[in-house]
Design a protein around this ligand. Sequence first.
Ligand code: ZN
Length: 356
Amino acid sequence: MNFRNIKNVPYYVFGKGAIRALGDLLKNVPHSENGRVVFCIDAFFKGRDLINLIPTGKKDIIFYIDTKDEPKNTDIDYLRDQVGSELPYCVVGIGGGITMDVAKALSNLLTNGGQAAQYQGWDLVKGQGIYKIGIPTLSGTGSESSRTCVLTDEARGIKLGMNSDFTMFDQLIMDPDLSVTVSRDQYFYTGMDTYFHCVESLRGSYRNVVVDALSEKAVEMCRQIFLSADMMSDENREKMMIASYLGGCAAGNVGVIHPVSAGLSIALKMHHGIANCYAMNVLEEFYPAEYAEYQTMMTKQKVKLPKGIGANLSNEKYQQLLNSSVIHEKPLTNALGKDFRKILTDEKMISLFKRM
Ligand code: ZN
């Protein structure tokens, strides 16, 4: 077939307090009397009020996901081994992009077998995973609606997703009340991920009308949010949840920001959202208008990005930053054409990192 067949998340509930629908939604997922659910919950929520709203049963497994570091493919192998041979009927991910990606990857691995690393790439997942429910508590990555879950492969020095229709959630619960506890900096860094995905897509050469329409709307909403007096007002958190969802539906064709950000995550273990911000901070020549707008947003929201993180690193580190950025040929070609290495030479790339 010459046409790509596009999948979206089939069901979502949206609105303040929507998390209370989880119990009924779980009842509707076919399962035996002895069936169990695996919950992947951001460790941030351990002991907090949110936990009381989650209908867990005695047989269910709860994994509190440590989000200090981004998830590795071997972490997913470990969780799969913890679940054992008795498969759950549902995997529920409650948290930010990291936790949702872990839930998606675990669901795939439980039914597909082998090691998580085997499925990192384009359409390598062979069959349906366990039924997945996603409940974002932080908006911006678009993981809730995208067909990927990004995992670090330390052996290969690359961040790579299980990019597959099977990776998508079957059901979402989008409840803006859940993002009220996040810190302002984290909210900004993560929310800007939507803005960056979408402007990279709109500035690239791989385009289509649907993706452009979704991206334009998501960027417009980000402008309303981050150029307003309070990005975290009730109305703006609700809006951010939808912008992130739209951005996730549009995701795929990034440009220069995401490869540079991936280098920072691999070499300096930096989280994705803040790494994007560091990347954009030195990419004014490629995205002049968006760079200016991003600076205005940061000033308006009083968010700081400490300087000097790329100064005085070892040559080995600069080499690692360089390698783990330019390896992302598809987005860099999307942004700069197939001769992108004539523009992003070794010297050029290292000078960008030094300026951070
Ligand atoms: Zn991103």
